[in-house]
Write a protein of this length. Structure first.
Length: 158
C-alpha cells in the first residue's frame, strides 16, 4: 500500500481481499496498490486511454502467469475519501467496496457485458460482508469514475 489511509491498514485490506477471493472462487495472488488520483490517472491513461483519475482499476493476470497470480488492483485513496464522505460511510468501508469490485473483475465478471450477473454477485457479497452500497448498485457511472470496468493489461511492453 503506497498511500496511507486513516482507519485502515495494509494487513486489514489483505485479510479482506483473501476473504473476498475465497467467496468469489478466485485463486492466486492479488496485488493491491492504494495510491492517489495522480497515479490512478496515469494508469488509466496508459492502460485504458482515458486521461482522468478513476476509483478502481483491475488488471487480470495474463494466461501465462498461471494460477499463482490472479492479477492486480489499483485504488485511488483520494476517490475513496470523496465517495465515503459523499455517501456517509467510513473510508475503510469504501476501500472494501472498491476491493470487492476489483476482485470480481479479476474473477472474470464484467458488469458492462454480463446482463447483471456481476451486479447480482456483488450485491450478495456486499450484504455478506456488511458493506455499504456497491459500485454497481450506485447506478450509472459518474464523470471520472469509469475504472470499475476492469482494464486488461495489453500485451505490449510495460
Amino acid at each position: 500500500m503506497r498511500t496511507r489511509v486513516a482507519g485502515t491498514s495494509a494487513a486489514a485490506l489483505e485479510r479482506f481481499v483473501a476473504q473476498v477471493q475465497r467467496a468469489a472462487g478466485l485463486t492466486g495472488r492479488v496485488d493491491v496498490l492504494v495510491a492517489g488520483d495522480r497515479e490512478l490517472r496515469r494508469l488509466n491513461r496508459r492502460f485504458r486511454g482515458k486521461d482522468r483519475a478513476t476509483d478502481v482499476l483491475s488488471f487480470p493476470a495474463e494466461e501465462a502467469a498461471g494460477a499463482r497470480v490472479a492479477g492486480d488492483i489499483a485504488i485511488s485513496a483520494d476517490q475513496a475519501r470523496r465517495s465515503a464522505r459523499r455517501l456517509g460511510h467510513a473510508v475503510s468501508a469504501e476501500l472494501k467496496v472498491l476491493l470487492l469490485h476489483g476482485v470480481l473483475h479479476l474473477a472474470g465478471y464484467d458488469h458492462e457485458r454480463d446482463g447483471g450477473r456481476m451486479a447480482r454477485r456483488e450485491e450478495g457479497l456486499r450484504r455478506r460482508f456488511r458493506l455499504p452500497l456497491s459500485l454497481t448498485g450506485r447506478g450509472a457511472p459518474r464523470p471520472g469514475r469509469d475504472g470499475e470496468r476492469g482494464a486488461r493489461r495489453q500485451r505490449r511492453t510495460r
